[in-house]
Each structure stands twice: as C-alpha cells, then as structure tokens.
Design a protein around this ligand. Structure first.
Ligand code: GAL
Length: 955
C-alpha cells in the first residue's frame, strides 16, 4: 500500500490560485493615503526543498543574523544563490501535473519594519505584492495570512489588524516550483524571487476600493462619455472638462480622443469619503466593426513588438527608468504597439504606454506549452480543476489594468492549447469589460476571440489570409487578422520584413503584427559578455534561443530594429528622382502631418552639395500629395546623383527631439560611372615575383602580395559565412536549413586548386577550381588582373560545375590586410549592416567607421557587419572600387573563427584584418522561427563576373 502524507507545503502543488488574498482590483496610487515601500534589503535563506525548514522563521524574535541578504525586488538566482535555467517550451521538471520536484529551491525572505510616525491609526492596511515567482506563503508578525500563485500578477492581503508601530516581521517563503509553474511555461528564464514591489498601503475609512473608468469616444459627435463606476460612493472631477459628477453618473462632453498617435490624457480625481485618487484617462472606443479592429471609428494597423520584461542584470525586476527607456525606444523607432508577451507587465509600464501612446495587447500570465510533450493531454487549459486558477489570473489582469486607455485588447495567454478554461476566461472577461477585444493565438477556430491570430507564417499564407482565401470556420473568416509574432529577431535578421509590410498595406484584413521580440534576454556575465541557455550548467536548455530581440541585452538597437523602423515608418516618400517630384503619403491612422517638417538634400557621389526644406501640406491620414523638389543643384562633376528626403519632428515631443527622423527616402537621379582601367603594359615575370603596375604577385601561385606599399594576403574566392541563427533554422521549420546543408556539403572547407598562372599581353590570369573534398560540385574560378600603372583591376569569373542544389552563402573574395588597418571610409549603404532582405534602412552616403565598430555584437557570434551597395571603400591604405557595387565586411578574425565562437568573448583580434568583398550574399530570412529566405533573395550558384579596382591611398 502506498500513500502520500499531508504536509504543511501541500499548497505548493495545489491547483487552486491560493488563499487569503483580497479580491483583485485596479492598481492606483492614492493622492493622500499613506503607503510604505518594503523594497530593499531582505534577509534571505535558501533551502533545497519546500519543506526543509519549518515556519519558525516567521515568528517574532527569530534570529536571522546568520542569514544572507537579497535585494527586493529581485531574483535570488541573479544574486548569487542558485542559478537561472532557460528552456523554451520544455518544463525543466517531469510533466506530471500538478506535482513538482522534491528538489524545489525555496527562498525564505524576512523583513522587519517600523511604521512611519505619521501612519494613521484608524482605517485598515493592505500588503501588496506586485509579482513573486512562482508561489509564496506570507506571515506577518507570526500570523499566516495566506499563500498565492500567479507570478506576474498582484496579490493583496488585509493586514491592518496585525500591524504594530514598530518591529513588524514580514516573512515570505517563496518556492521556485509550484502547480502554478505548469501555467507559466513561457519561453524565458525561470527566475524565482520577489521580483516586483512590495508595498504596504494604508486604507483610510471610506477609502476607494475599486473603480472602473469608462471613457468612450463618439467619433461622429466628437464627444466623450465618462462614467466612473466606484465600489464606494464618491465624486468625480475633471477640471479641464468642467466635470463634477457623482461616481457612476455618465457625462458626455466634447473631448480630444486618445489614440496611440495622439495620446491625449485627462487628469481628474475620484474623491471618496476617505481618499482622493488621481485619475489619468483617455477617451477612446475600441470595437470590432466591418470585420476590422477599429478605434474611434478607424481601422488601426499594429506596428508592434512583443515585449518580455528584461534587464541583463536584474532579470524581470525592472526599474521605472528601464521601462521608460523601452517606451522611448519604441516611440523613436516608429513602433506603435506592444503585446505584453506573455504576462501583464509591471503596472508602471502601462502608465507609460498611456502617456506616450502605444496600443497594448495585455496578455494574461498563462502558458502551458510543455504539454505538447503529451499531445496536450491533461492540459490545464482544458481541465475544470484548473479553471479557478485560470479565472483568477484573468481577473487579476483585467481588474489591475482596466483603467488604461492604452490597453485595447486582452489576450488570454500564449500557447496554452485550446479548452474550456480558456473559454471560461473569455466569457468572464467579456462580462466584466465589454469595451475591449479579446486575443488568443492558440485556437485556429477563434472560438473565444475577436481576431484571427497566428505566428511565424510565411508571406504566401499571409497573402492568402489577406485575400480571405485561407478558409477556416465561418467565424474565423469574418475576423480581422493579427500577426501576433513574426520577424523572429534572433541573431542576424529578421529578413523579409519589408515584404510582410507590403502585404499589410495591401489588405485591410491584415491589421499588422508584432515582431518577436523586443529584447535579447542575455544575462550579463563576466565569462561570456552575455550568457544564454546552457551557460549555467542547466540539465535541459535551449541555448541562445533566448536571445532573439531587436535590442541587444544592453538595450542597444540591433540592425533588426533599425530595419523595422524604416519598414514601418509612418510616412511614405516615393518618387523617381529625375522628374523633380516626390509623392508623400501620410501612413498614420489618426495623426495629420503637422508635427513633421520635411527636408531635402542632394548628393553627388554621396556628398551633400545642397540641402533645404520642403513644404509638404499637413495631409490627413491616408492622403498623398505630389510635392515639387527644387531645381537640382548645378554640379559639373560627372558622378552619381540622388535626392534624400526626410520627415523629421518639427518640434521636440515627449519622446523625441526636434529633427528626429521618422521617415526618409532616397531618390536616385543618375548612376555613377565605374572607374576605367586602361591596361598599360602587362605582367612582368621575375624570379619569385610577378609585377603588374603597382602590384606584385607570387610567381608560382599567382597570389597577390602587395599593392604599392600595402601588403595583402592573397585575395581569393570565398563563399563561406558563419551561419546565422536564421541560416541554421529551427528543427520544426519546413524550409531547407541551409546553414546545416552548407556545412554538410563542405562549403566551410573549400579547397583551392591552382590550374594555371598565365602571363598575357595585358592580363595576368590565374585559373583555379574551388571545391570541397569528397564532392563533385565546384566553382571554376578565373582571376584576371590588369593595371594602368597606378591602379590594379581584378575581374573574377565564376562558373559552377556539377549539380548545385543549394544556394551559396556568399560569393566574393577574401583578402588579408595588416592588423594596423583601423579606419574605414566608404560610399554606399550604411551606417549599419544590410543584407539582401534586410537593407531597407541602409542609406547610401559616405560613411566612416572603424573595424571594431563595423562588428554587430550578436550574442552568439555569426555572420554580421556587411555594408551593402558599396561603391568604394578605403581601409588600411587601400582603396577598392567595385563594378558593380559590392558588400563590404572587415574583421579582426576569420570567418572560421567567427563560426567557431560561441560567445563574444571568444572573438580575439589577430594580426590580420580580414576583408570580404562580396558580389553576392544569400538573404537572411527568419527561419530561426519562421520562413526561410524568399526565392528572390536566395543566392543561386550561377555563372558570375565581377570586378574590383584597387589603388594605394597616399597620404
Ligand atoms: C513562440 C512563442 C514565443 C517564443 C517564440 C520563439 O512560439 O510564443 O514565446 O518562444 O515562439 O522565440
């Protein structure tokens, strides 16, 4: 016979949400009621199991002097106790709900506090926890006041009767694993701890309990209707609108509406008998109408990001400044929407979204992805025993966040399968708040939702959805589409964003999407720079899949964000450059263009020769105007010409300085002419060297050795690139995983066979065949060198042989220069990297940088840093002109070293700068979780010819 004993820690594995907490309510800061932050240093003791220690530590007088300390808010695993674990969808424990491992790191937290002298004696007090992962039991002054789960949700306890003026002992026992962990299988680090604020709130007699601000906007009458439903009688005042009404009484007045583009907020107050509560709200109406998500009567287009809360040192314990930085970065990069993947964020983040203007999909703290392990059997989302926990989570989210105008959609959670629990959540939400729409991606039949949502589907399917040809249930066919995750920003990429955006612009049903994801969750680490999954010795982990953001862990924008900014810019500027007219289209949904100023400049060979302002009418959303450019400046030089037109902030705004560029375009006027090299004399053979113009070559191999005074390690054909995360792809993606196939074919170990060195009348010709061992495929490669006495021209001809079924990673030459090479100048795309399907933001101009700055610091090193469309580049005393233009890359390590590196710290500068001059680069795609490279961006193995002209730079 076997039996399980009942123990004091049974609550840990109990599917219920907890006990003892108060009913959920809105989160607000009172104007006059006192509060006391309990953040700071807490005494801390870590145990290996949930029941290793009894609860005597909670008693008054317990001596915790031998304990260590942690910061609250914080995660103990980021403060030197235990270690973080990263898994994507696998539970790091056996799937046997609701049981969790006996090895269950448990952190006892202790804090002794006095009440401030002016803490009122009357009324009550509430202790609020804004976030604790994953399960906590709480004692105040020795009394057990309850336990709770729901890590990223607030829990409040009435504690007034337990408080004393001084020496209050607050004891919190936090378990890393609990039944709640089964509901929190989001793709992120498992980080136990009290990671959000702990606050004691005084509740005066007659204080507000909960209230619901209903502020709708009638776009026809241009009036707003305000009604504040309050649990406690009170008055509502809004001075700017001369409103002074009883709570619960509706009032309709002319107002300025709130939108993410025009975030107009009103300040008011709810005054109850015992308390004054500030109100900051906006008038707006969200509805599903004509099959579209509309706000204030207009369909909106989400240009969004999925945001996990992340800080490279503090994990999910974010301070206000970091939250503000996120919002400002989003606004400055044209992002207009956030999905709070995959849990409600710190409440202050939503205040910022209200203030600066972002559409928010607020997502519930629910994911049960690991149940795919057993084909969703026993999925808590479809098991009545768990429904109370699901409803508790829905209620805690909705009640906390219901007064934010920025929240336009509630999301039931992420990747939790389908089931009755989700339906129950949706029904409860609709009953409580009919003023917002509901999102959930996991159900293709859209049973509970107001929009059809998918993740990572390819362009072709998006187009079918846009056209309404994707089938599905009747309900689904009538719903708008939201791409809740796409553009997987892992490593170099994502590619193909512009192609998606064109589809969003073409079909009304496609209401935009949210890039996965905002920031890399790299953990700052002395050993590695930034650590990812596996770096803490985890038994199971998913490697660098946790680093898939548009920001690097230190919040520096990655090229992916720069690309996205350009792709989603709210103003379209188009034209052909030579006809003197530019077409400007307002792509905002609500704002006119009055906040923007337009500027033009005119470049000859990348150098601006004249610039001025452009008068553009303040177009309404969706409107276009053809605007005349000035007469092109007279310039006698014969070079390449183009217009650059920019839309900039006319004045400083809350989120950006005057002059901040929100949109731009370049309109080519005339192409440049490539430098001619008229051969003047052929190669001269010597004993060990061949000379040709300024250059010398190895007489035996034909390898270039010097150009004038510059030593060069022989340029030769090169096709390998350190595979990107997108090249390698995810194992569940259906497209060919070229990164793996390239390696299998041997493209990283090409052998160069020398067939002939021919000294002709003009050219020096070197014939070779480049191919991997064991394979029949090869690239017949001929290098032809000519010179006019000062310049040296190389023409490379490549003819594939055999049956090439794969695209090439790159096609170009690699050469080595002295390690002293540092400064780089170029005329071409910049300032950042750009590949075939990621170069919308690459601006053609003259740029300057250094070899080190050319590197893009992807947390897992991989191909990076290529500058696109380069006409010429100067580095290490050499000038290189391309015919046609080329991709330019320079590094202090070889491609092979880059490929071998696992962390940034593995990249060590050598004594050579390796330069790639590429005729072709395979596109990037987003196959790390999404489609591969679109056919038009693939680099097919095909006959090719390309040239470079080298010259030494003097002085
Ligand atoms: C999705 C999931 C995200 C993340 C992403 C891949 O399936 O919703 O949380 O795992 O894939 O990075």
């Amino acid at each position: 016979m076997s039996f399980r004993t009942t123990t004091a820690t049974d609550y840990v594995e109990d599917v219920s949400p907890g006990s003892g907490a108060l009913a959920p309510r809105s989160w607000y800061a009172s104007s006059d009621a006192k509060s006391l932050s309990l953040n700071g240093h807490w005494r801390f003791r870590l145990s290996a199991t949930a029941d290793a220690e009894d609860d005597s530590f909670a008693a008054e007088g317990f001596d915790a002097d031998a304990w260590t300390e942690v910061s609250v808010p914080g995660h103990w695993v980021l403060q030197g106790h235990g270690a973080p674990i990263y898994t994507n969808q696998r539970y790091p424990f056996p799937v046997d709900p609701p049981r969790v491992p006996t090895e269950n790191p448990t952190g006892d937290h202790l804090r002794v506090f006095d009440l401030p002298g002016d803490w009122p004696s009357g009324g009550g007090s509430v202790l609020r926890f804004d976030g604790v992962e994953s399960c906590a039991r709480v004692w105040l002054n020795g009394t057990d006041i309850g336990e709770f789960k729901g890590s990223r949700l607030p829990h409040e306890f009435a504690v007034g009767h337990l408080l004393k003026p001084s020496g209050n002992v607050l004891a919190v026992r936090v378990h890393q694993w609990s039944a709640g962990s089964y509901l929190e299988d989001q793709d992120q680090w498992w980080l136990p701890g009290i990671f959000r604020d702990v606050t004691l709130l005084h509740r005066p007699v007659g204080s507000a309990l909960d209230f619901f601000v209903h502020a709708s906007y009638d776009h026809v009458a241009e009036e707003g209707t305000l009604r504040v439903d309050s649990d406690v009688d009170g008055r509502v005042t809004v001075p700017a609108l001369h409103i002074d009404v009883a709570a619960g009484e509706p009032v309709t007045v002319p107002v300025r509406p709130w939108t993410a583009e025009t975030p107009h907020l009103y300040d008011g107050e709810l005054v109850t008998e015992g308390e004054r509560v500030p109100l900051r709200f906006g008038f707006r109406t969200v509805e599903l109408a004509d099959g579209l998500i509309k706000v204030n009567g207009r369909a909106i287009l989400f240009k969004g990001v999925n945001r996990h809360e992340w800080h490279p040192e503090k994990g999910r314990a974010l301070d206000l400044e970091t939250m503000r930085e996120d919002v400002l970065l989003m606004k400055r990069h044209n992002v207009n929407a956030v999905r709070t993947s995959h849990y409600p964020p710190h409440p202050a983040f939503l205040d910022l979204c209200d203030e600066y203007g972002l559409w928010v999909i607020d997502e519930c703290d629910l994911e049960t992805h690991g149940f795919t392990e057993q084909a969703w059997r026993d999925n808590p989302a479809d098991d009545d025993r768990w429904t109370p926990a699901l409803l508790d989570r829905a209620a805690r989210m909705v009640e906390r966040d219901k007064n934010h105008p920025s929240v336009v959609v509630w999301s039931l959670g992420n990747e939790a399968g389908t089931g009755r629990g989700l339906t129950a959540m949706a029904e409860w939400i609709r009953g409580r708040d009919g003023s917002r729409l509901i999102h959930y991606e996991g159900d293709p039949n859209c049973r509970d939702t107001d929009m059809y949502s998918r993740m990572y589907v390819d362009h072709a399917e998006i187009e079918r959805i846009g056209r309404g040809l994707d089938g599905g249930s009747l309900k689904r066919r009538q719903l708008p589409f939201v791409f809740c995750e796409y553009g997987h920003a892992m490593g170099n990429g994502p590619g193909g964003l512009a192609d998606y955006q064109r589809l969003f612009a073409s079909y009304d049903r496609l209401q935009g999407g949210f890039i996965w994801e905002w920031i890399d969750h790299g953990i700052k680490d002395e050993r590695y720079g930034f650590a990812y999954g596996g770096d803490f010795g985890e038994e199971l982990h998913d490697g660098n899949f946790v680093c898939d953001g548009l920001l690097f862990p230190d919040r520096k924008p990655s090229p992916g964000l720069v690309e996205y900014t350009k792709v989603i810019e709210p103003v379209r500027i188009e034209g052909d450059g030579s006809d003197g007219t530019v077409r400007v289209t307002n792509g905002y949904d609500f704002a006119d263009l009055s906040a923007l100023a337009f500027a033009w400049s005119y470049q000859v060979d990348g150098e601006t020769v004249e610039a001025g302002t452009l008068a553009v009418p303040s177009l309404a959303p969706g409107e276009s105007a053809d605007v005349k450019l000035p007469a092109p400046p007279v310039d006698e030089r014969g070079g390449e010409r183009q217009w650059t037109v920019r839309a900039e902030l006319a004045e400083e705004t809350a989120w950006g300085p005057q002059g901040h560029v929100v949109a731009w375009a370049q309109l080519p006027v005339r192409e440049g002419v490539s430098t001619r090299v008229a051969p003047s004399g052929g190669p001269v053979p010597g004993e060990r060297l061949i000379t040709l113009g300024p250059a010398s070559f190895d007489a035996r191999t034909g390898a270039l050795k010097t150009i004038g005074g510059v030593d060069v390690t022989g340029p030769r054909l090169d096709v390998w690139r350190a595979p990107t995360d997108n090249d390698n792809g995810a194992h569940w993606q259906p497209d060919a995983r070229y990164g793996l196939l390239w390696r299998k074919l041997g493209l990283h170990r090409m052998q160069h066979r020398l067939d002939a060195v021919e000294l002709g009348e003009d050219p020096l010709t070197v014939r070779t065949r480049v191919a991997p061992a064991a394979r029949a495929v090869g690239l017949r490669t001929v290098y032809r060198w000519t010179s006019d006495g000062t310049r040296l021209k190389l023409t490379v001809s490549v003819a594939p042989e055999g049956d090439w079924t794969l695209p090439l990673p790159r096609l170009g030459i690699r050469l080595g220069l002295s390690g002293s090479a540092d400064r780089v100048r170029w005329f071409g795309g910049g300032p950042g990297e750009g590949y075939l399907d990621t170069k919308s933001a690459s601006m053609v101009a003259r740029w300057e940088s250094t070899v080190d700055e050319l590197q893009t610091p992807y947390v897992l090193p991989q191909e990076n840093g290529a500058r696109a469309d380069v006409r010429w580049a100067e580095i290490g005393g050499l000038r290189v002109e391309g015919d046609p233009s080329f991709w330019f890359t320079a590094r202090r390590w070889t491609t092979e070293q880059l490929d071998a590196a696992e962390h940034l710290t593995d990249l060590v500068a050598g004594d050579t700068v390796w330069v790639n001059l590429d005729h072709g680069q395979h596109g990037i795609g987003s196959q790390s979780c999404g489609p591969g490279v679109l056919p038009q961006y693939q680099l097919r193995a095909a006959p090719a010819e390309f040239s470079f002209v080298f010259s030494e730079i003097h002085g």
